[in-house]
Write a protein that binds this ligand. Structure first.
Ligand code: UDP
Length: 328
């Protein structure tokens, strides 16, 4: 089986390429290397190109003849999406459309999409299930919501096209073998920033908002280890290849931690009492996002292996200390 992976040189994509390679799939990564790195592609060929370049995309698909496509290539930073929404609609929505055009033209009808918990916005009920209203509170979430709608409508129009949309909660941690991990020049995610602060790369860690309607006033997120996310993709792929229905599945553990709890865990794991500063809210943040993961467990048989915040932080910390800033 041949799988084309867009964004396979990025953080989540590279862990999925690793899982695909280990499971014996033939992989080709298509990535513009804007945030990804060549060395993180552990299996298969890498084509360094953008999804807006339909000609290269077509040539690649015609030559490789994938059985399915996994689409990770996207922009993922909530505050950046608030500042530069068009970048998000272009990269996440329009480029998904480009990819669909080209793959459908070549008769490829199996698609796995990287979606996000951000499509739920401030959901009324937590943990949030897949049937909750889709109501994003930032352009990042909206750009993914629109892509999901496109997938759904295309499937309804003709079921020669089937997809699984995986809605990620907060992905963190790194490969236990420490070969790959988060390696963006501008780290924005909480665990990565906390660890970089512990390392001395940042002087202090800011807490964005202490007046949310949560137990300690800071936002709550469902942090999930990247290898558990990778395994969910392998299961989703098998499901789709086995003629599974087009569906969206939440990927999270079903419980969350506040920003303060994550900071306490990061201090414990690193043994470093780094400086923390409480500041105002960051625009676009939902107060609580926790997955109801009943559906993915039931329908895909997904069983999390690393549901342990300290383990997640330990693998990320090991990675931080082994990653020497080599980009691309
Ligand atoms: N956060 C924070 N300080 C940081 C980075 C993030 O307080 O330096 C908070 C952020 O406001 C949010 C939570 O941590 O409430 C998770 O943010 P992150 O950017 O990691 O992921 P997101 O949920 O936005 O995808």
């Amino acid at each position: 089986m041949k799988i084309l992976v867009t964004g396979g040189a990025g953080y989540i994509g590279s862990h999925v390429v690793k899982a695909l390679g280990e499971a014996g799939y033939e992989v080709l990564t298509y990535d513009n290397l804007s945030t990804g790195n060549k060395w993180s592609v552990l299996y298969g060929e890498l084509i360094a190109a953008d999804l807006s370049d339909k000609e290269t995309l077509k040539k690649t698909i015609v030559r490789f003849k994938p059985d399915a496509i996994m689409h990770f290539a996207a922009s993922i930073v909530v505050p950046e999406s608030v500042r530069d929404p068009l970048k998000y609609y272009r990269n996440n929505t329009v480029n998904t459309l480009n990819l669909l055009d080209v793959m459908l033209e070549q008769g490829i009808g199996k698609f796995i999409f990287s979606s996000t918990a951000a499509v739920y916005g401030n959901a009324e009920k937590m943990p949030v299930g897949e049937n909750a209203p889709i109501s994003p509170v930032n352009p990042y979430g909206s750009s993914k919501m629109m892509a999901e709608k496109i997938l759904r409508d295309r499937h309804l129009a003709d079921n020669d096209f089937n997809y699984v949309s995986l809605r990620y909660f907060n992905v963190a941690g790194a490969d236990a073998g420490c070969r790959i991990g988060q390696a963006y020049k501008a780290a924005t995610h909480l665990i990565t920033r906390a660890l970089k602060t512990a390392k001395g790369e940042f002087q202090k860690l800011q807490v964005f908002g202490t007046d949310y309607p949560t137990t300690d006033g800071t936002c709550i997120r469902d942090y999930i280890h990247v290898d558990d996310i990778a395994n969910a993709h392998i299961l989703a792929l098998k499901y789709l290849l086995d003629k599974g229905r087009s569906e969206a599945f939440n990927c999270g553990y079903g419980h969350g931690y506040s920003v303060r709890e994550v900071i306490a865990a990061a201090k414990k794991v690193t043994g470093i009492d780094f400086e923390v500063e409480e500041t105002g809210r960051r625009e676009g943040d939902a107060s609580i996002l926790i997955a109801d993961n009943t559906k993915i467990k039931r329908e895909l048989g997904w069983q999390p292996k690393y549901d342990d915040l300290e383990y997640i932080i330990k693998t990320a910390w090991k990675w931080e200390n082994n990653f020497h800033g080599k980009y691309s």
